[in-house]
Design a protein around this ligand. Sequence first.
Ligand code: NAD
Ligand code: UD1
Length: 338
Amino acid sequence: MAILVTGGAGYIGSHTCVELLNAGYKVIVVDNLSNSCETSLARVQEITGKELEFFKVDLLDKEALNFVFGKYDIEAVIHFAGLKAVGESCEIPLKYYQNNITGTLNLCEIMKKHEVKNLVFSSSATVYGEPKSVPVYEDFPLSATNPYGRSKLFIEEILQDLYKSDSSWNIALLRYFNPIGSHESGKIGEDPNGIPNNLLPFVAQVAVGKRAELSVFGDDYNTKDGTGIRDYIHVVDLSIGHLKAIKKLNSNPGIVAYNLGTGNGYSVFEIIEAYKKASQKEIPFKIIERRAGDIAISFANAEKAFNELDWKAERGIEEMCKDSWKWQSENPNGYDKS
Ligand code: NAD
Ligand code: UD1
């Protein structure tokens, strides 16, 4: 039996492929390489010493997807494929809805046709909108403030409807907090196109000398030092959460949602300090105005994943920054897609 991974060449997908291969699964990746390249998969195979199958397939191409499902005996699907830049989603919302939602509809239709009904979906803490309090629990009200977040929320609702119509589906909605870090080998990592939107890749590029300084988006939040607080989680811990979710689906739980976070919040200033220590580099920064749509503070209550998946994040902030720095310093131009 095999696990089909959509978006497996991307940041979280490639790390999850490593964990799947190490655990002995057969892995089939479909990815259109719109935000990744095949080098990541070559590195996954180098790290594990095992092979995976790769198909350059767009989820919008149902026929190609159908071909892959016809070729293998697939046990479950882990669905990472999607566009994820919040700012861009406000500029080209139709593309985001088309790619993320239609892509997921196509995937579910083909899964159903082939009687594959175990699905792990990459959701996000963004579905909690501005949480009323922290830590954030899975039963908090859901909302969205931008097309990217809305695509995640809509997909969660679509999957709820799918389950209601046919209870033989088993679906895990994994709500990630802020994935950072890299595999300890330094061979795979986050490789954003252009100017990074997220804090960690930006800090990493400042540390390596690719960017002059970090802009800190506001120091007047009602937090311990005035900067935004988030729950950063090591991407390897996050990846392991997906293997636990697959195991859970085998017990026929129906549709279930889990927060994948550490339960700890770190401010932007704390991250700068931790990264300085890990890299032994200066991180020049300036304070600018708040970023539109940002919330002050978000961190998870991850007890449900601990109780029901037997999963918890093991890696602390030092390890996250150390591993991120190993990847960044050894691959200053990422996978060098040029
Ligand atoms: P990523 O961009 O590195 O990986 C996504 C992969 O999907 C890419 O390889 C891309 O080429 C592929 N893809 C996109 N559209 C496709 C399509 N139509 N058909 C086939 N392949 C397609 O992103 P990531 O950081 O690894 O995120 C993976 C998933 O997790 C995404 O769904 C993202 O929204 C979600 N998520 C990410 C974060 C984060 O901070 N990285 C946080 C919460 C949720
Ligand atoms: C962002 C997205 C969110 C997405 C998440 C993970 C927005 C508004 N939200 O959230 O939808 O789920 O990434 O992909 O884009 N910061 C700086 N300077 C920077 C970058 C970030 O000060 O150059 C600050 C932010 O204000 C925030 C913290 O760092 O306080 C983390 O930012 P980021 O990494 O972008 O994650 P989120 O804001 O949680």
